[in-house]
Design a protein. Sequence first.
Length: 289
Amino acid sequence: MSTRIYIDGQVTGPEEAKISIFDRGFLYGDSVYEVLRTSRGHLVDFERHLERLQRSADGLALRLPDVAIVRSAIRDCLAAADNEESYLRIVVTRGCGEVGLDTSLAGGPTLIVIAKPLVLPSDEMYASGVAVRLVNVQRTSAKAVDPSVKSGNYLNNILALAEAKRAGDYEAIMCDREGWIAEGSSSNIFLVEGELISTPNLSVGLLAGITRQRVIELAAGLGLRVEETRLLPERLRDADEAFLTSSIRGVLPIALVDGKALRGGAPGKTSAAIMEQYQAFLSRVGQAS
Ligand SMILES: Cc1ncc(COP(=O)(O)O)c(C=O)c1O
């Protein structure tokens, strides 16, 4: 079990992996990235993550290395790390250059891949749910750093999470400037009211989570429909159940919103059914030849 990093064409250990202080990823968060996991050594939703990496890069007019290089870097890094299950982070920065905001100063992309042992939330968190808080920090507008771009510029989300942590909660839920719920600091959110499952519409301005999309498809397989819509904070506070999704967490039930317990429990009946479907999906990925 180990952490291995691909950088500058080499796979190394964490101590040897160094980046230039003139790299724009370091200086400005001028980068895009993806995070995913393995299931029995198979990357989960790999092609969807690669597609989103390309969309993020397009959104910032950032040039990616050739996809064959990205694929072989990932393969080499995972093989060298040799973990039972890995967490994988793919980062592409706009590269190094003279200090200055002008993107034409960048010399060309820097590719970094990090493979480390996968650490999931605790069993207790899946069994009893987590606490979330609707925070004052707003999700940036699509006219600023577009939330649909998975960029390395995460200060807004860091501030949102810090606000939730100060209140003793696990995850921050951000709204847009008009007050519509957008997403968590590193997760998407779903709520359940009776038979109805809802999640914020992408048009609010949020990351099109790979797990969010997978959950929408798995819910359909159960004969459940997920409405993508605009949701106000009251809907979440008054919901029967709610859950978070992300590639590393999968489906994580929410027990408390702003300190108040959701009446349907955590996980509630519907959340538990979706958690089970997601687990079955991970098993299918793990059995792929
Ligand atoms: C802001 C934000 N929203 C949502 C997610 C969940 O996305 P995914 O399911 O693709 O991991 C993440 C993941 O890191 C995130 O950073």
